[in-house]
Design a protein around this ligand. Structure first.
Ligand SMILES: C[S@@+](CC[C@H](N)C(=O)[O-])C[C@H]1O[C@@H](n2cnc3c(N)ncnc32)[C@H](O)[C@@H]1O
Length: 302
């Protein structure tokens, strides 16, 4: 179940400090070009094949990957974003992790970033990801991005939640599954491959992509797509009986980017390419959004 409506800034100073990104690369976060290519491929393929389902992100930070994912929503589908933002963490280890890495994060900054690219906010659950199954229906999601706490117990629980929330052929993505500073993600990820039937479709330097559903067809289609790209190397790697694809994408070119309503402030007349289901925004078009949008976020200015 979505949380209550967007919080609003209360002082002129807070309004001045809200970010106004003119492009996705202005949004602070961790979402590399190779992963943008893969998110685009998986999400566009689901749209093309008419695979139904909602989107879910656990761990949004300032919205970089969430803004990107929000471009692949069909009418009637829900996008839920779960993050602690400026709330306390549920345990000491998680609290330490938050203080170390995300000390300046606020929900308002996330909302201002998101609304720079989309007319409406996603459904925001400001709470530990451990409670996500109380907010999202079982068997309802086609794509789940797990990027919240990087501690083993949390990631293990997030994967179990994803298995429950995904539709049969849904895709789960795990961030930082092999980084030296977060061994818990690696343990939880490969543990799920070994014990829950999670099948590894592909890996990049930073993310693991897997499914509990249809495997061969998806992996072969991905291989064919990658074979046509000169900017990304790929090869096969057998893991636990699965011919997973290993991808090196250091030189990957970013796919079509979400368009910021502030873009014209910087590059008047620049042509910008929207993601598949987004209308092109013309330079100079700085319309205010509707609904749970920027207008309502800034609405109580006086
Ligand atoms: C690596 S950042 C997410 C990066 C983001 N996906 C991007 O593209 O830039 C991790 C986020 O997880 C959140 N987080 C940490 N522990 C959490 C928990 N137990 N439940 C929910 N969110 C959590 C942090 O507040 C932080 O915003």
């Amino acid at each position: 179940m979505p949380e209550a409506s967007a919080s609003v800034p209360t002082s002129a100073q807070e309004l001045d400090e809200l970010p106004l990104p003119t492009r996705l690369s202005d949004v602070k976060g961790w979402f590399h070009p190779a992963d943008q290519v893969l998110f685009d491929w998986f999400l566009s393929r689901q749209l093309r094949l008419g695979e139904p389902g909602d989107l879910l992100e656990l761990g949004a930070y300032l919205g970089k990957s969430a803004i990107f994912m929000g471009g692949y929503l069909r009418p009637g589908e829900a996008f839920t974003v779960c993050d602690l933002f400026d709330s306390p963490a549920p345990d000491d280890a998680n609290s330490k992790e938050m203080n170390r890495s995300y000390a300046t994060l606020t929900r308002r900054a996330f909302e201002a970033n998101y609304l720079s690219f989309h007319d409406e906010l996603p459904d925001i659950v400001q709470a530990p990801s451990s409670g996500i199954t109380a907010h999202v229906r079982a068997d309802s999601c086609r794509f789940v991005h797990i990027d919240a706490s990087h501690l083993y117990e949390h990631v293990h629980a997030d994967i179990a939640a994803a298995q429950r929330l995904l539709v049969r052929d849904g895709v789960v993505v795990l961030d930082d599954f092999r980084a030296e500073h977060c061994p818990g993600v690696a343990a939880a990820t490969w543990g799920a491959v070994a014990t829950t039937g999670l099948k590894p479709l592909c890996i990049t330097a930073t993310k693991f992509y897997g499914t509990w559903g249809a495997y061969d067809e998806t992996r072969e289609a991905l291989g064919a797509f990658l074979a046509g790209r000169g900017d990304m190397w790929h090869g096969a790697e057998e893991v636990a009986g699965h011919p997973m694809i290993r991808i090196s994408g250091a030189k990957a070119e970013v796919p079509a980017q979400p368009v910021s309503r502030h873009a014209s402030a910087v590059r008047p007349g620049a042509a910008v390419q929207p993601p598949p289901n987004k209308p092109v925004q013309r330079a100079g078009d700085n319309r205010r959004p509707k609904g749970r949008g920027l207008a309502s976020l800034l609405g109580r200015r006086s």
